[in-house]
Write a protein that binds this ligand. Structure first.
Ligand SMILES: Cc1cn([C@H]2C[C@H](O)[C@@H](COP(=O)(O)OP(=O)(O)OP(=O)(O)O)O2)c(=O)[nH]c1=O
Length: 182
């Protein structure tokens, strides 16, 4: 099995399902005109998986993509610190959605799905965002936060798969792999 991802979180999460895989970084362009976030992440996951699958025919290849959606706005990875501050300001006191698209390709077989988790942030006090940005490198995190790090203290509640927020819905992916077997 091949994980088409540079994300160390995805590698760690896939290892909860199997030890029998290796990582091949897809290096795919993530620019896309699709606006609907659920379609966008599915499409990018397909793009990542297929770019690797065409080089390794016959292998099972997994691709994934994660974005945050708040009040109709879609947040990928922040461009810079100002962008990260803007995203966290929007997420403060806000219930938002984290969408992860997952694509599994095996030969002629193909499955692609989007998984969504609802996350509720409490209102962040003055200075909390600046302090957080000193603690965590958010440049590689959609929405400029990592629920698995110090941003945990921003989270009042979640509805859905926790691992989906971290970048790979473990039970959802397991189900897809089972479905592909059948
Ligand atoms: C919201 C959130 C995102 N993330 C991460 C998961 C993803 O790695 C990243 C979103 O960026 P992606 O573009 O989905 O993935 P990536 O560039 O890290 O890796 P690749 O494209 O090679 O697969 O944000 C967290 O680690 N914790 C969180 O709480």
């Amino acid at each position: 099995m091949i994980l088409a991802s540079a994300s160390p979180r995805r590698k760690e999460l896939l290892s909860l399902i199997t030890a029998d895989f290796r990582v091949v970084i897809s290096g795919t362009d993530e620019t896309c005109a699709v606006k609907d976030p659920r379609s966008l992440v599915r499409l990018l996951a397909e793009r990542k998986a297929y770019s690797v699958a065409e080089k390794y025919p016959g292998e099972t290849v997994i691709g994934a993509d994660t974005v945050v959606e708040a009040d109709g706005e879609v947040f990928g990875k922040p461009k810079d610190e100002a962008d990260a501050r803007r995203m966290l300001g929007r997420l403060s006191g806000c219930t938002h959605f984290v969408h992860t698209g997952v694509c599994v390709v095996r030969g002629e077989k193909h499955l692609a799905k989007t998984f969504t988790t609802k996350v509720r942030f409490r209102k962040l006090a003055d200075g909390e965002i600046d302090l957080y940005l000193k603690q965590e490198d958010v440049t590689d995190k959609a929405g400029a936060y990592a629920i698995q790090g110090p941003a945990a203290k921003f989270v009042e509640g979640i509805d859905g798969c926790f691992f989906n927020v971290v970048g790979l819905p473990v039970s959802g992916l397991y189900g897809m792999l089972q479905e592909l077997e059948g």
